[in-house]
Design a protein around this ligand. Structure first.
Ligand SMILES: Cc1cc2nc3c(=O)[nH]c(=O)nc-3n(C[C@H](O)[C@H](O)[C@H](O)COP(=O)(O)OP(=O)(O)OC[C@H]3O[C@@H](n4cnc5c(N)ncnc54)[C@H](O)[C@@H]3O)c2cc1C
Length: 349
């Protein structure tokens, strides 16, 4: 096996890891590599056929993400929400219809899909990202780290681990990490790792023509949230939403039938004329989800102080959305943790 030596190794090419690499690069610290297990970059940000199957929305109070988007000159736009929205609140009662108050602007989306931010960050150091590289072991040896992967061994002075803590607890460390830290890593739910999304593309945004916003909300439905997901230039037309986890265990065909029947009931039979139908079940992606999925709809407490500490004499630290004390789990938390990681890792000689 070959060995590659660098100053910094960032494990994980999600938003957090790519933000750290971007900031290190800006500070002239270019002797780095980003190791990514998947064959693609972005982690929980994944855009296919113009549909965000991972992270999508953010708000003004997501300051760190907003500032990064502005800094790298990516455009944002408001989630479309004009027209009648549907609220399904009771299985016995008819649906309710409501309209958004235009004085409360809807959340933002990233033009070109959330992947546009990922691609832009990576464009500054594309050749430093090694995909299909699964880290299994981190060993401290003579004041450096030897990192074992499925392809090569790497040697680094400093390491930043941006893998969700629960998944990172599968990595073997030598010497071992403190037992209470490992326990906290195992106990930290990976935000949205149990989510299922559906995306449908169409030739025309038929719902808009009928005066619907495309929004359908209701925990009792097959699709708990559905939204218009047309592109900013209004040249790709789609609906995207979250699938009720009760449908996880039925066959794909049955799930598809139920989902289409459900949307058809509220938006009309035109939904059956979709061009493409896609689902993503994040519980199936082992670089995001662990086997013991638990449904968590409210954001758990993130930002455990143990994840802010530095280990191995300041040469190893943790980052990623779940480590952030502010907006933990969200893209903003991923960016904040990525910025902090870059500052901290440079500060230790
Ligand atoms: C369905 C869904 C919807 C969401 N919606 C929103 C939203 O609307 N707004 C919002 O703000 N946030 C949302 N989120 C959350 C958002 O996606 C995350 O906060 C953010 O993308 C996390 O970035 P990260 O870099 O911390 O982690 P990740 O994106 O998980 O990146 C970690 C990376 O580590 C890699 N990795 C794992 N194991 C290894 C290994 N052994 N070796 C090497 N690499 C490894 C993974 O492949 C991954 O690329 C959503 C997430 C999902 C899944």
């Amino acid at each position: 096996m070959t060995q590659k030596k660098v100053k910094y190794i960032i494990i994980g090419a999600g938003l957090s890891g790519l933000t750290t690499a971007f900031k290190l690069y800006q500070k002239g610290e270019t002797d780095l590599l980003v190791l990514e297990a998947r064959d693609r970059i972005g982690g929980r940000i994944m855009t296919e056929q113009h549909i965000d199957f991972g992270a999508t929305w953010f708000q003004n109070h997501h300051e760190h993400l907003s500032a990064l988007i502005d800094e790298v000159a990516i455009k944002k736009f408001h989630q479309f929400s004009h027209g009648k929205s549907v609220l399904v609140y009771n299985s016995m009662a008819p649906a309710h219809y409501f309209e958004n108050d235009p004085s409360y602007p809807s959340a933002f989306r990233i033009a070109g899909g959330s992947i546009a931010l990922i691609e832009k960050l990576a464009s500054f150091y594309r050749d430093k990202i090694h995909t299909n590289t699964i880290v299994s072991k981190v060993v401290e040896l003579e004041n450096k780290f030897v990192i074992t992967t499925n392809t090569s061994n790497y040697i680094a002075n400093k390491v930043i681990i941006t893998i969700p803590p629960r998944i990172a607890s599968n990595i073997k460390f030598s010497p071992e990490l403190p037992a209470d830290l490992v326990q906290d890593m195992k106990n930290t739910h990976t935000w949205m790792s149990n989510a299922m999304k559906v995306g449908l593309t169409f030739k025309e945004p038929f719902w808009k023509a009928k005066g619907f916003s495309g929004t359908i909300i209701g925990q009792i439905g097959c699709v708990t949230e559905l939204y218009d997901h047309c592109c900013v230039n209004n040249n790709n037309f789609s609906l995207m939403g979250f699938v009720n986890e009760a449908l996880r265990d039925v066959s794909k065909e049955e799930r598809k039938t139920k989902i289409l029947d459900y949307i058809q009931k509220y938006l009309g039979k035109e939904v059956l004329d979709y061009v493409t139908y896609q689902e993503k079940d994040w519980s199936q992606y082992h670089f995001t989800a662990s086997n013991d999925i638990k449904s968590i709809y409210m954001s758990p407490r993130y930002g455990n102080p143990k994840f802010q500490e530095m280990y191995f004499d300041g040469k190893l630290l943790f980052s990623g959305a779940e480590t952030a004390a502010i907006h933990g789990g969200y893209m903003d938390g991923a960016v904040l943790s990525g910025l902090n990681a870059a500052e901290k890792i440079i500060s230790i000689a």
